[in-house]
Design a protein around this ligand. Sequence first.
Ligand code: G6Q
Length: 543
Amino acid sequence: MKDESATARGKWANLDAAMAASTSKTIRRLFDEDPSRAERFSVEAAGWLLDYSKNRVDDAAMKALVKLAEQSDLKAEIEKMFTGEKINRTENRAVLHTALRNCDPAAKVFVDGEDVMPGVRSVLAKMGDFSDRVRKGLWRGFTGRRIKYVVNIGIGGSDLGPVMANLALTPYAKRGMKFFFVSNVDPTHLAETLKAVKPAETLFIVASKTFTTQETMSNAAAARDWLVSGLGDRAAVAKHFVAVSTAAAEVAAFGIDTGNMFGFWDWVGGRYSLPSAIGLSLMIAVGRSNYAKFLKGYWKMDRHFRTAKFDRNMPVLMALLGILYSNGYGAETYCCLPYDQYLARFPAYLQQMDMESNGKSVRRGGTPAGYATGPIEWGEPGTNGQHSFYQLIHQGTHLIPCDFIGCCKTHNPVGDMHDKLMANLFAQTEALAFGKSAEECRAEGVPEELVPFRTFEGNRPTNTLLCRELTPGTLGALIALYEHKVFVQGVILDIYSFDQWGVQLGKVLAKGVLSDLTAEKPSGAHDSSTNRLIARYRAAVGR
Ligand code: G6Q
């Protein structure tokens, strides 16, 4: 640990203590010695059970890890976030996604002396009114036809959340309407989407916090041209385009009536913006009452996070275990394995949340971190992953902590298929934790020469997250759980989790290259590789 200050050394000594306890016993032995382990190493909150007993931790390790959180001033940092302090220091902003789902009608949350809650409630009411009208056919297209297709145009934080949640809540979506999400500046994405919709029946939601993002503005302009040419009148835009943004002037300049703009605020980070107006497509799909339940799920987890003691606090426990593996054991990646097809995009959503938040290498004081920060996050739904990459998790040389996520009830009961799905989930966690020894292989009659190949070391750590059913409420709670986990890790790692300068750099550089692709004469100002690639491209397209 290259973190030299005395306070930091004291704080990180807790990780050393946790490691000493953690490395002294295998998971198998921990279970053998404590029959009540599963019960003791489990917590429940907001409709979710977290069983973290299949981790390399005992009471001593957990105690040391909780101390690590305490000595990082976590309690105070949590309060700063919930109460609107400007903890996003590099952008001088508050971080208040928790205000967006604060369902207490009397709640007040202040930023710069102003209570933000009336604004939050008023945008929610406006979204509710609009989505009711679309769903009931009261909001109609330019030619008087009902809206059947909704196309959300956005990217990154203005896309991944809506995509993930719309898929997750498919069973609650209005029949007869179809939802599409266009993000990529590759024209294929929009073109293929437009083949599936009709201009007179399509509503475009242009979702962009800044309303300047290259991909989104290019797609929005192309969609507008398509609509105007399809309906033969520029005035049609008013009935087929709404905006979700913080930038009223840019929205107006695009040609969208700001009366049809749903606002949010600079204290909502892109990747945390799903419960803001960015969730408009979801609200239209599932209706305002399901959307309210979705927000309530977040809120339940928020309250748990803010009030529960650290040793019973689900996001804190998950964050601490993650730090044990990344900074204690040197695990570089973290795997999310939802055993629910409706959660197929959840790993991709988490990828942005975690990697954009904690993929930093500079500490809050401006010095290099010198230790592992956010992990590489990845995953796929089970059981599919079992037939591709699980081999490496079971028998490879990398340590890969995994979260298994499952729901006890399915929305689509077919024979015993859901039992099979869940049997696979539970069996995988069992196999990873306990493995199979050489003796067990021999007892099964495995020929001696094959024993090394058929042996599973086990001791692979997993968390299991289980809910009764995937509902708007449990989905909201699940998202909040991971948001807070990432927040806790950012605090302990002493990095700023709420800026994303790496994203900004890419946005700027692409503009310079674009002008060299299209200008009469390229500048030749890049390195020799980039100059050559530009020349090759220009020649291929005849410039
Ligand atoms: C999220 C990031 C980034 C952002 C997109 C879209 O936290 O800032 O993914 O959401 O770049 O930005 P706009 O919403 O401004 O178009």
